[in-house]
Design a binder for this molecule. Structure first.
Ligand SMILES: NC(=O)c1ccc[n+]([C@@H]2O[C@H](COP(=O)([O-])OP(=O)(O)OC[C@H]3O[C@@H](n4cnc5c(N)ncnc54)[C@H](OP(=O)(O)O)[C@@H]3O)[C@@H](O)[C@H]2O)c1
Length: 281
């Protein structure tokens, strides 16, 4: 059997390849990448895989039995067609199973919702594809908050519009472990699974960062409007609106939902005490 991981040049794709390699499985693992040179260090065959190139995708998926479709990062409308290109190519090439990395979040009412909607459309396309399928709905990555510690430190605070609501964050390695299992086992075929850890509030996140990095951060709750203005000024219209929308969704409770992680991974999600101890310095 051959398993293909798309976006193998990206952080999640590469982590899934590594999780599959760590499983010591009989299946052959190959990568697809828009920029194959960026996946050269993985020690696997990497084939060209631009989501915008149907012919190239079909050729590269020849001989593949199961494929992981990692969600793209273009504008929502473009993404839907790109994902369809991968699904159509997989069907044409005779791939039997597709695993899709979708996302959690409010489906309407904020600046992130168009992205969530585009993922929901791909979910529908996956279910209608005629292939075996599994859909994971990823929680929000926690790593960007670690990468922001210096900025938080300069500001002396974490400030956003999530309020007191909790968010079921996750990490790329935890997601990768779950996706490696979903690709190699059939127990969860036909299921849509929420993949996240124990939900935490922004005040709890700040406390975890303080423990790990010796900072003295506090959480300041901002209004949705003030936070959106702040993000748009910093990041521009498109990205600022999306980021503010993510936190507005958290505030609305869209990211505080039950997790199916243990069902997908066969073990519980890493707890946040352990995670922050592992990144402390
Ligand atoms: N859950 C979350 O918090 C969260 C946060 C951010 C993003 N996401 C989603 O999760 C996905 C994976 O995350 P990540 O951490 O791996 O992101 P990443 O490290 O930024 O990697 C993005 C990957 O997408 C690939 N890509 C972009 N356009 C492509 C195309 N037209 N054809 C083929 N590949 C294309 C890139 O290829 P190149 O190397 O050629 O650029 C790269 O491999 C993202 O794309 C996004 O949809 C989720």
């Amino acid at each position: 059997m051959t398993i293909a991981v798309t976006s193998a040049s990206g952080q999640l794709g590469a982590a899934v390849v590594q999780a599959l390699q760590a499983m010591d499985i009989e299946e052959q693992v190959i990568g697809l990448a828009r920029t194959p040179s960026r996946a050269a260090g993985l020690g696997i065959e990497v084939r060209p895989g631009d989501y915008s190139d149907p012919e190239q995708l079909t050729k590269s998926l020849e001989g593949v039995d199961a494929v992981l479709l990692v969600s793209g990062n273009e504008q929502p409308d473009m993404r839907i067609q790109q994902h369809r290109n991968v699904l159509n190519a997989a069907k044409t090439a005779g791939v039997e199973k597709v695993v899709y990395t979708s996302v959690q979040g409010a489906e309407e009412g904020n600046g992130f919702s168009p992205v969530v909607q585009s993922n929901r459309q791909t979910e529908a396309d996956v279910r209608a594809s005629g292939m075996e399928w599994v859909i994971g709905r990823n929680g929000i990555y926690i790593e960007p908050d670690l990468e922001s510690v210096d900025a938080y430190k300069s500001a002396g605070e974490v400030a956003n519009c999530a309020g007191d609501a909790k968010c079921g964050y996750t990490t790329r390695p935890e997601l990768a472990f779950a996706y490696a299992r979903l690709l190699t086992e059939s127990t969860n075929d036909g299921r849509t699974l929420a993949l996240n850890g124990e939900p935490i509030s922004q005040a709890e996140l700040s406390a975890f960062l303080n423990t790990a990095f010796g900072t003295q951060l506090t959480f300041r709750s901002m209004s949705v409007e003030d936070y959106r203005t702040d993000r748009v000024n910093e990041l521009g219209d498109f990205l600022g609106t999306v980021i503010a929308g993510i936190y507005e969704g958290i505030r609305q409770g869209a990211n505080d939902t039950p997790s199916d992680y243990a069902k997908a991974a066969g073990r519980p999600h890493q707890n946040w005490d352990e995670y922050f101890a592992s990144v402390a310095h």
